[in-house]
Design a protein around this ligand. Structure first.
Ligand code: FES
Length: 581
């Protein structure tokens, strides 16, 4: 039952009778509502069915959702075959490359839109259709707060393309080719040619970026159908999943399978396991923390690190491995992975089918021979993809995606080369005057939740051009920002607290020594506490503010990375504990 219904509506209100508009006369409110919807040609018989809302995030600005018309048709077919009435409604849609200043800045706005539209409009269950990086987290955050039965349907991955006989896909290869171009290894013609091939169809990025990560985590959470994570966007399998999702939503409405029964601590623990085992995007941690936060739960980052030590990376997908999402689908998708991970999973966690995750793994059968999902005895990487660091530079933690980092740099001490913000970086990173060597550590400040604002994916600091042309492919980089899940390198992210609110990162100066030890999970600034106190006194940090509008709301209420970069007032008042329990 929805949060708002618990206080406002009679408990039995369903279908069109839910959430009646306040005219002071409920009979009149229903009469008027039916009169208007009949204006669209509906019969009384149709209006007595369970109403299934469908969050439609189609947008010409969002090619990752370019199959939305076909998905909507298939979901509606599934709903009607199961006896429900489908009603789609628009919400905000966010695409990574069409969102200024950054998509993360808008994720919470989309979550609020999703929550409020679910609650404002009568529906007994909702199908959430999302895909591009921030859309699925936003929808799950909103639906978690709304509280009604909800099921996620991802749009599916794009197909891979081919450039001069080499298979390519967004966006690991986008970064790889751009790196080659910066290093003057390829010319203007070739970079223009590959630009035509990197995104070969509509759908989400074809590697284990944030969209693929959230698709896999949705299935691990039990909030999307088994088999729902991997079918590419333009395939018949994707449309079949869409039809089945619609039908399942009707069953969930009839059984009142509300989201709180699905998004439990065990479900989040399963998602954390899967995140580690798939070499998932570091953004997945932030989003999981935000979704869990809406259920009153905190993600224990230290526990995530401990889980990582006994969770191998099994999925051979870029950027940690070689393959693409369509290969994962052909290898059996999430069922193949979950079968391998079974001893580490909470098998009693309930899914949207009404069956447990363990039951769904059994139903998927014994599997078949394939090369994309490895076994625990022959993993891609022996430990979990993500390590959690701590030290005086990051008292609240920082993370590194060790599975796509350079082993030779993971134990490293170097001299800090500091950029004050993204504008400073853009101004100087390619300057011949930049005093930098491959042994140095690049430090970028003020790209955290409040700093940029919106914690942009600027943590993937480019290799300075003077080093790139010498053939340097990696260098230790540290920031309070995020990076795309499709990126790779020895990159420390999410330094907490961020520099914009006076975290220690704010006081790093050029020439300071920094020590990174991934084996000891240590990130230390080798500067005395006394010297740091002097620096704090000399140049106190002024926390960013805004006068009005969404930016003011954002800057006044956004939380740090460990709390999911959500707005503080969107979490429930009551804390229900930590994950894992
Ligand atoms: Fe949409 Fe990558 S840009 S998923």
């Amino acid at each position: 039952m929805s949060r708002r219904n618990q206080s406002d509506d009679p408990p039995a209100a369903t279908g069109l009778k839910k959430g009646l508009t306040s005219y002071g006369d409920n009979g009149f409110s229903l009469f008027l509502r039916k009169a208007f919807i009949k204006g669209a040609g509906y019969s009384d018989s149709a209006l007595t069915r369970p109403v299934i809302g469908i969050a439609n995030t189609g947008s010409a600005y969002n090619p990752c959702h370019g199959n939305m018309p076909q998905l909507l048709e298939a979901v509606k077919r599934g709903i009607m075959l199961a006896g429900g009435l489908p009603v789609d409604f628009p919400t905000i849609s966010i695409h990574e490359s069409f969102s200024y200043p950054t998509s993360m800045y808008l994720r919470n706005l989309m979550s609020m839109d999703t929550e409020e539209m679910i609650l404002a409009q009568p529906m007994d269950a909702v199908v959430l259709i999302g895909g591009c990086d921030k859309t699925v987290p936003a929808q799950l955050m909103g639906a978690a707060s709304a509280g009604i039965p909800a099921i996620e349907l991802v749009t599916g991955s794009m197909l891979t393309g081919s450039h001069r006989s080499e298979r390519v896909g967004a966006c690991t290869d986008c970064r790889r080719y751009w790196g080659k171009y910066r290093a003057q290894e390829i010319d203007d013609q070739e970079i223009a040619d590959v630009n035509n091939q990197l995104v070969a169809s509509v759908g989400t990025c074809s590697v284990m970026g944030t969209a693929s990560t959230m698709a896999c985590l949705s299935e691990a959470l039990g909030i999307s159908l088994p088999g729902g994570a991997t079918p590419p966007a333009v395939t018949a399998d994707r449309m079949r999943i869409a039809e089945l999702t619609g039908a399942q939503a009707v069953q969930m409405a009839q059984e009142r399978l509300t989201i709180d029964k699905i998004l439990t601590p065990d479900a989040f623990e399963n998602a954390m396991r899967v995140l580690l085992a798939i070499g998932g995007s570091t953004n997945g941690i932030v989003h999981l923390a935000a979704i869990a936060g809406r259920m009153g739960l905190d993600i224990d980052l230290q526990a995530l690190d401990r889980m990582g030590r006994d969770t191998p990376v099994l999925l051979d997908l870029k950027p940690s491995g070689q393959h693409y999402m369509e290969d994962f689908h052909k290898a059996g998708g999430m069922a193949t992975l979950l079968r391998q991970l079974k001893p580490l999973l909470k098998l009693d966690a309930l899914t949207v089918t009404g069956r447990t995750l363990g039951e769904e793994i059994e139903r998927a059968g014994p599997g078949f021979e394939q090369t994309v999902v490895k076994t625990a005895t022959d993993p891609i990487y022996p430990q979990g993809a993500i390590a959690v660091l701590q030290g005086n530079l990051a008292p609240g933690g920082a993370i590194i995606k060790q599975s796509s980092a350079n082993a030779a740099l993971m134990e490293h001490e170097g001299r800090a080369v500091v950029f004050e913000d993204a504008a400073d970086l853009a101004l100087r990173i390619d300057s011949d005057e930049l005093d930098v060597t491959a042994e140095d550590i690049l430090v970028l400040k003020n790209i955290g939740p409040k700093g940029a604002p919106g914690m942009p994916e600027a943590g993937y600091i480019p290799i300075p051009r003077k080093l790139a042309v010498q053939g340097v492919k990696d260098i230790v980089r540290i920031s309070d920002g995020r990076m795309s899940g499709t990126a790779f390198g020895t990159i420390v992210l999410h330094v907490t607290p961020e520099s914009a609110i006076g975290g220690p990162l704010a006081y790093v100066e050029n020439g300071d020594r920094i020590r990174l030890s991934v084996s000891r999970r240590d990130l230390s600034l080798l500067v005395s506490e006394q010297e740091l106190a002097l620096r704090r006194q000399r140049t106190p940090v002024v926390v960013p503010t805004a006068e009005r509008g969404y930016k003011k709301l954002f800057l006044d209420t956004v939380t740090q990375a460990d709390k999911g970069v959500d707005f503080d007032f969107l979490r429930p008042a009551q804390n229900k504990g930590t994950v894992p329990r």
